[in-house]
Design a protein around this ligand. Structure first.
Ligand SMILES: Cc1cc2ncn([C@H]3O[C@H](COP(=O)(O)O)[C@@H](O)[C@H]3O)c2cc1C
Ligand SMILES: O=C(O)c1cccnc1
Length: 363
């Protein structure tokens, strides 16, 4: 009796990430649809560009959707599971890449410059937050524990990482954000992401595991075995394991921070441009933690990483691009930003049939 009572008490405690996100504005969606139908083109002829403008208008609750200010927030984290030889690269590459982000030589740094957007790098290992340039690696770093032996994180670490995601979004938002682009860096994180996906979707590790940075077929098989064994060890094969438990046992600090960032962005009415496999798995986690954040997530591309298709299908996501990318860092999401900008410009600047004195369709 006592036990049941305490369970009931626990159930009423609502965490910040469970608070409902606002829903898109149906009035602005309808107005945007109506406008698209009177612009000087056959209705529907701009396809996904029309759908994007309409979606952004509803999310931003405006007649003039924008994607001009699109800060990139990139979360980095280390993974204890790299001890199992699950990546083609050594774990040190994560911190080395932090310097590369700061120096401006990483792919995402180049893309950010070209797009004229700010790159914020959040080191989930030190939980230091800074704008590039200026990465500091003076604080002691911590990564997750090797989840083939023990839970990747403690409950406190998970809640800290989720909050780090929220804080990063708040900071990015203070500099102005029509939309936020999310990326990640963490050697070993395709293993963590595949483990999360296999548990949350109830599929075999073999269905969501891929080459990551470039494992050969034997390496991919071994990675799947490490994941299957870990899911059994942590009891993550049972039905309805809470998403927070999955993240804690086999997640990554940067993956949890991404999930927290998505929910916080949605709660603050900021649409999110989701990157590849890892960020999409974080999106799956976010949607399981708080289903009301789903409408705020826009899927940028389909990565070559095996398993991304399964995750996108589970999210009913139709990604904008399929460029055979398999990098991460937010690169696919950054590559999709120009499409959003074009969609907004067309929506706002095209003439209507009436403005341009052009005849409408014959009835
Ligand atoms: C130089 C370099 C730069 C990267 N930037 C992103 N990733 C990507 O690869 C990693 C995931 O793959 P895995 O699970 O196989 O380690 C992540 O850091 C991801 O962001 C990189 C990987 C490397 C080697
Ligand atoms: O799709 C991704 O995000 C990805 C794929 C492989 C390696 N790193 C990232």
């Amino acid at each position: 009796m006592l036990r049941r009572r305490s369970l009931r008490l626990e159930a009423v405690r609502v965490e910040w990430f469970e608070t409902d996100c606002p829903q898109p504005s149906e009035a602005h969606r309808a107005a945007a649809e109506a406008r698209q139908n009177v612009l000087t083109k056959p209705p529907g002829s701009l396809g996904v560009l029309e759908a994007l403008a309409i979606k952004l208008a509803a999310l931003q609750a405006t007649d003039r959707p924008r994607a001009a200010r699109a800060p990139i927030v990139l979360f980095a984290g280390d993974h204890g599971v790299t001890a199992q030889g699950v990546s083609a690269y050594p774990a040190d590459v994560t911190v080395q890449m932090l310097h590369n982000f700061a120096a401006g030589g990483a792919a995402i740094a180049v893309l950010a410059r070209e797009l004229g957007v700010k790159l914020h790098v959040v080191d989930a290992g030190t939980l230091s937050e800074h704008d590039v340039p200026g990465v500091t690696t003076d604080k002691p770093r911590r990564g997750t524990r090797d989840f083939s032996h023990e839970a990747a994180m403690t409950t406190d670490e998970l809640s800290f990482a989720l909050k780090a995601g929220r804080r990063a979004v708040e900071r990015a938002r203070a500099g102005g954000a029509d939309i936020v682009i999310l990326g990640e860096m963490g050697i070993g994180n395709t293993t963590s992401a595949a483990a999360i996906a296999a548990s949350l979707l109830g599929v075999r590790a073999g269905d969501v595991v891929g080459a990551g940075t470039g494992l050969d077929a034997a390496g991919v098989n071994r990675k799947a075995e490490v994941i299957e064994a870990a899911l059994a060890t942590h009891g993550l094969r049972a039905a309805d394991v809470p998403a927070a438990q999955v993240l804690k046992c086999v997640g990554g600090l940067e993956i949890a921070a991404l999930a927290g960032a998505m929910i916080a962005a949605a709660q603050g009415r900021i649409p999110v441009l989701v990157d590849g496999f890892i960020v999409s798995v974080a999106a799956l986690g976010a949607v399981r933690l708080n289903p009301s954040c789903a409408p705020w997530l826009i899927y940028s591309h389909r990565s070559l990483e095996r398993g991304h298709r399964v995750v996108l299908d589970a999210l009913a996501a139709e990604p904008l691009l399929d460029l055979k990318l398999r990098l991460g860092e937010g690169s696919g999401a950054a590559a999709a930003l120009p499409l959003l900008r074009l969609a907004c410009a067309l929506h706002s600047e095209m003439a209507t049939f009436a403005d341009a004195h052009i005849s409408g369709p014959e009835s």
